[in-house]
Design a protein around this ligand. Structure first.
Ligand code: PLP
Length: 409
C-alpha cells in the first residue's frame, strides 16, 4: 500500500462523518452514488469563509468582497482545468446537474429546438435527464427518442445509429449510470451525433467523481455535474458549454449580475459566464468546492479509480457467491455501482436490515423508473463505492447479506 502512495486509512482520517456508529455498529457508508461524504478541508473552508471572508462578490468596493470574489473565481479556474475546458468563461455555476440540464433545455432548447425536431436520450437516464426534455418536446412539438439497452445494461449502439437523422437536434446521455454503473461509450456517442449534425449534452454526474473527464477530448457540446457527488458541498453544480453555443443562447434567469446595463427601454446582457449566473450565487459552496477538487487531485484520479475498481471487482465476486444474489446491470465496463436483488425479498426490506447493522445502501428506483421498467422490477438494492471504502467494509456487507439471504434462499 505505502509503495503506491495510496493509503486508504489516511484518506478515511480526512472524513469525520465516517467515524461513527450507527445502530451500535461502525458505519459502513455505501451510498456514494447518492452523495459522497466531505473531507474536513471542505467543511473547514465553509467555516473559514463565513468566519473571515463573507461578502457579496463582483460588486463590493471593499477588502472582503475582493477576497470572496478572488476565491470564487479561483474555483472557476480550477473547475476549468479539472475538465480541461478551453477557458474558464465556459464554466457556469448552477445548483446541480438537474439545474444544468434544465438550463440547457430552457435556453438552447428555447432557441434551437422546433416543431418536428428530435431529441435522443437513453433508456438508462436519471429522471433529471428525461423530464426536462419531455417538457421541452411538449412545448415545441418535438419528439423524444430513446436508445434501448441490452439485458446486461449496455446501450445498443446499432439502434442509436438508426435513431440519428437530420431531424436530431440534441443527444443527451449519461456518462455513467447511477443505477447500474454502466460506463457508456461517450466518444462514439458524441462523434456519431456530430456526424448527424446534432449537439450533445453529457450528464457527467456519476463520471467526474471516478475518472478523468476531458471536455475537449470528448468534444461534447455541454457537460453537467454536481459538486456533492464529488466530495464537495450540496446545492452546487457545473455546466460546461462550447463558447459559440453559450454566446448564442438566451439567458436562463433574469436579474442582477447577468446584465450589462438595464434600462426600461431595454437591457443588455453580461458576457458568459455571468449571463447565466443571475442573482447572488452560492458563494460559500463554490469556494469550499475548491478543497474538494484539491482532495481529488492529491489522491490522484488514477489511484482513486484503481482502488474503486478493485473494490467493485471484489464485491461483485464475493457477493456473487451468496445464494439468491441477483446482480442487476452486468455491463463489461462499469464503475463504482453494484445494483442487486435478493431472491424473494423486497429491496426496501433488504435495505432496512442492512441499516440495522450500520450499513448504508440505497434502495428503490434510483430516479430511473423507466430503467426499472425495462428490467421488469420495481427497484434494486445499490451499493456504490468511493475512494474511502475498504475491502473490510465489503466483508461486513457480505456477512450481513449472507445472513439476510439465507432466511429466504
Ligand atoms: C444524481 C444524478 C443526477 C441529478 O443530480 P442532482 O445533484 O440531484 O441535481 C442526474 N443524473 C445522474 C446520472 C445522477 O446520478
Amino acid at each position: 500500500m505505502a509503495k503506491t502512495g495510496f493509503d486508504v486509512d489516511d484518506i478515511r482520517e480526512r472524513f469525520p462523518v465516517l467515524h461513527q456508529e450507527v445502530n451500535g455498529r461502525p458505519l459502513v457508508y455505501l451510498d456514494n452514488a447518492a452523495t459522497s461524504q466531505k473531507p474536513l478541508s471542505v467543511i473547514e473552508a465553509l467555516n473559514h469563509y463565513y468566519t473571515t471572508d463573507n461578502s457579496n462578490i463582483h460588486r463590493g468596493a471593499h477588502a472582503l468582497a475582493a477576497r470572496a470574489t478572488d476565491y470564487y473565481e479561483n474555483t472557476r479556474k480550477s473547475v476549468s482545468s479539472f475538465l480541461n475546458a478551453p477557458s474558464e468563461e465556459q464554466i457556469i455555476f448552477t445548483k446541480g446537474t438537474t439545474e444544468g440540464i434544465n438550463l440547457v433545455a430552457s435556453t438552447f432548447g428555447r432557441k434551437f429546438i422546433h416543431e418536428g425536431d428530435e431529441i435522443i436520450i437513453s433508456a438508462m437516464e436519471h429522471h433529471s435527464n428525461i423530464v426536462p426534455w419531455q417538457m421541452l418536446c411538449a412545448e415545441k412539438g418535438a419528439t423524444l427518442k430513446v436508445i434501448p439497452i441490452t439485458d446486461d445494461g449496455e446501450l445498443i449502439m446499432e439502434e442509436y445509429e438508426k435513431l440519428l437523422s437530420s431531424k436530431t437536434k440534441l443527444v443527451s446521455v449519461l456518462h455513467v449510470s447511477n443505477a447500474l454503473g454502466t460506463v457508456n461509450p461517450m466518444e462514439s456517442i458524441i462523434s456519431m451525433a456530430h456526424r448527424a449534425g446534432a449537439k450533445v449534452l453529457v450528464d457527467a454526474a456519476q463520471s467526474t467523481s471516478h475518472f478523468t473527464v476531458d471536455v475537449q477530448a470528448l468534444d461534447c457540446d455541454f457537460l453537467v455535474f454536481s459538486a456533492h457527488k464529488l466530495y464537495g458541498p450540496t446545492g452546487l453544480g457545473v455546466l460546461y458549454g462550447k463558447r459559440e453555443l453559450l454566446e448564442e443562447m438566451p439567458p436562463y434567469q433574469g436579474g442582477g449580475e447577468m446584465i450589462k446595463e438595464v434600462d426600461f427601454s431595454g437591457t443588455t446582457y453580461n458576457e458568459i459566464p455571468f449571463k447565466f449566473e443571475a442573482g447572488t450565487p452560492n458563494i460559500a459552496d463554490v469556494i469550499a468546492f475548491q478543497k474538494a477538487l484539491e482532495f481529488v487531485s492529491t489522491v490522484g484520479k488514477e489511484q482513486l479509480l484503481a482502488h474503486e475498481n478493485e473494490l467493485l471487482t471484489y464485491a461483485t465476486e464475493k457477493l456473487g457467491t451468496i445464494k439468491g444474489f441477483i446482480p442487476v446491470g452486468k455491463a463489461k465496463h462499469k464503475v463504482s455501482v453494484l445494483s442487486f436483488l435478493i431472491n424473494g425479498m423486497h429491496p426496501f426490506d433488504v435495505g432496512m436490515m442492512l441499516d440495522a447493522v450500520g450499513i448504508a445502501v440505497r434502495t428503490g428506483h434510483h430516479c430511473a423508473q423507466p430503467l426499472m421498467k425495462r428490467f421488469n422490477i420495481e427497484g434494486t438494492v445499490r451499493a456504490s463505492f468511493a475512494v474511502y471504502n475498504t475491502k473490510q467494509e465489503i466483508d461486513v456487507l457480505y456477512v450481513s447479506l449472507s445472513r439476510i439471504a439465507k432466511r429466504k434462499n
